[in-house]
Design a protein around this ligand. Structure first.
Ligand SMILES: NC(=O)c1ccc[n+]([C@@H]2O[C@H](COP(=O)([O-])OP(=O)(O)OC[C@H]3O[C@@H](n4cnc5c(N)ncnc54)[C@H](OP(=O)(O)O)[C@@H]3O)[C@@H](O)[C@H]2O)c1
Length: 245
């Protein structure tokens, strides 16, 4: 990567893991497009924090469930910050239901945001990124855990892992790496919503470290996969979960 393409797009960066990834990449010298859908104040606050720490950042609204949004997001990021060298597909949704109780609305929202949007964004990246580019996708350790209730969510994340491996082979000749990170449970809104304190404690206790992951645990790995030291790593899924699985 050159000085000319040090812009990173982080989808779903208004809070949770994405906000921390934005901070990590800004600290690593990237100009960061802080994507959000419905939380403008939070996204503006993340971008303002990056700028006040000396970085370059812009909050960019794009509802990634809209098929036209990925292209518009790339256009807006390039216009505001310059050529994109890093794409982090972080935005995601997780609604739990046994397969037998899952309806089409639940299926559609997962497919749209967790699978179709990252695919469209990778398609944009494939056409626009120069040599040295980096794509990092957020999967989940539930792909390995296979717990009841996680079927639809896990299916979309398994799809992302498959796309990661295929695209790594397609983009290798262009000098672009494609990897995924599969976090275990991290104490964000997505994970905590609808869970009792007791259940959260039980899930934390399943981890050999006896705690949930933090957004920073994940952001540091993304920083590595987006950085110069990981140039020979592509098509891989890194499970960042404290040894859970
Ligand atoms: N937390 C965990 O335990 C865990 C574990 C494994 C994997 N992951 C994965 O890590 C990623 C981040 O999860 P998180 O826990 O940080 O989630 P989170 O706290 O719920 O944050 C989700 C982010 O996605 C954005 N978003 C939601 N719908 C969007 C849309 N239609 N278009 C654009 N952005 C949208 C939200 O922004 P707005 O509010 O502006 O819409 C928010 O910034 C997800 O892919 C998730 O599957 C999380």
């Amino acid at each position: 990567m050159t000085q000319d393409n040090r812009t990173a797009i982080v989808t779903g960066a208004s809070r949770g893991i994405g906000a921390e990834i934005a901070r990590q990449l800004a600290a690593d010298g990237f100009a960061v497009a802080v994507n959000y859908s419905s939380s403008p104040e939070a996204a503006e606050a993340v971008a303002a924090g990056l700028r006040s720490a000396g970085g370059r950042a812009a909050a960019i609204r794009a509802d990634l469930a809209d098929p036209d949004a990925p292209r518009a997001l790339f256009d807006a990021a390039e216009e505001a910050l310059g050529p994109v060298g890093v794409l982090v597909n972080n935005a995601g949704v997780m609604k739990l239901a046994p397969v037998a109780a899952s309806d089409d609305a639940l299926l559609d929202v997962h497919l749209a945001l967790n699978l179709a949007a990252p695919l469209r964004l990778m398609r944009e990246a494939a056409g626009r990124m120069a040599e040295g580019g980096r794509i990092v996708n957020l999967s989940s350790s539930v792909v390995g855990l296979n717990q009841p209730g996680y079927g639809v969510y896990a299916a979309t994340k398994a799809g992302i892992e498959a796309l990661t491996r295929v695209l790594a082979k397609e983009l290798g000749p262009k000098g672009i790496t494609v990897n995924a990170i599969a976090p275990g449970p991290v104490g964000t809104e997505l994970f905590l919503e609808g869970k009792s304190e007791e259940l959260v404690g039980r899930i934390a206790a399943m981890c050999p470290f006896g705690r949930l992951g933090t957004p920073d645990d994940i952001a540091q790995v993304v920083g590595f996969l987006a950085g110069p030291q990981s140039g020979w790593i592509s098509g891989q899924v890194i499970r960042a979960n404290g040894g859970l699985i």
